[in-house]
Design a binder for this molecule. Structure first.
Ligand code: ZN
Length: 196
């Protein structure tokens, strides 16, 4: 089933999300929600989706960066962003630890801010303690693009959107990103927009 992804301004995106108990995670309600969020994320398409984005105030997110999403990107882009495929998985009640300063800057988008993008500084490496879809504890160590996805999704569970962290002078429509900025380096872009 495809769920409705709510857009910025919907109060649910700023709602406090609650943790889930292990028993509840194994319930048909939550297992169905996970499956529907997976289908909704694939359909969008996106590399992550947090429960508040479908109007559910729960500390749960799904993530998957499929090999086919990387197919049309140049090897320079993939290397620069440290982007590698990530298999489908669920994070529940995650606790995020940043392993370095949030100084790695790339364009980021969000399914709840459809049609826009901006430069967002993030930490290159993170450690996440969470529960998986069985309610079992997992520790995830991630770097590069996967670390960015984790920070973005966990932000959603903490009532935070990328626009709260972005370099505001770089905020733009996706159309203009593709038209003017896609082939410029981040350094060139920073200089042009007057952000250093
Ligand atoms: Zn998002």
């Amino acid at each position: 089933m495809r769920l409705k992804i709510i857009q910025v301004g919907d109060p649910a995106l700023r709602d406090t999300a609650r943790s889930l108990e292990q028993q509840e995670i194994r319930s048909p309600e939550i297992q169905n929600l996970i499956e529907w969020m997976r289908e909704t994320m694939h359909d969008a398409p996106g590399v992550g989706l947090a429960a508040p984005q479908v109007g559910m105030p729960l500390r749960l997110a799904v993530i998957e960066d499929k090999p086919e999403y990387l197919r049309d990107l140049s090897s320079e882009v993939l290397t620069e962003r440290e982007r590698r495929p990530v298999p489908f998985h669920v994070i529940i009640n995650p606790v995020l630890e940043l392993l370095d300063e949030p100084k790695t800057t790339f364009y980021e988008g969000c399914l709840s801010l459809a049609g826009f993008t901006a430069l967002v500084p993030r930490s290159r490496g993170v450690r996440v303690n969470a529960l998986n879809h069985h309610g079992e504890p997992v520790v995830i160590e991630a770097s590069g693009w996967y670390a960015r996805i984790l920070q973005h999704e966990i932000d959603h569970l903490n009532r935070t959107l990328y626009i709260d962290r972005m370099a505001s002078r770089s905020f733009m429509s996706m159309e203009n990103y593709l038209r003017y900025w896609r082939n410029r380096t981040i350094a060139e872009t920073k200089q042009w927009i007057g952000w250093s």
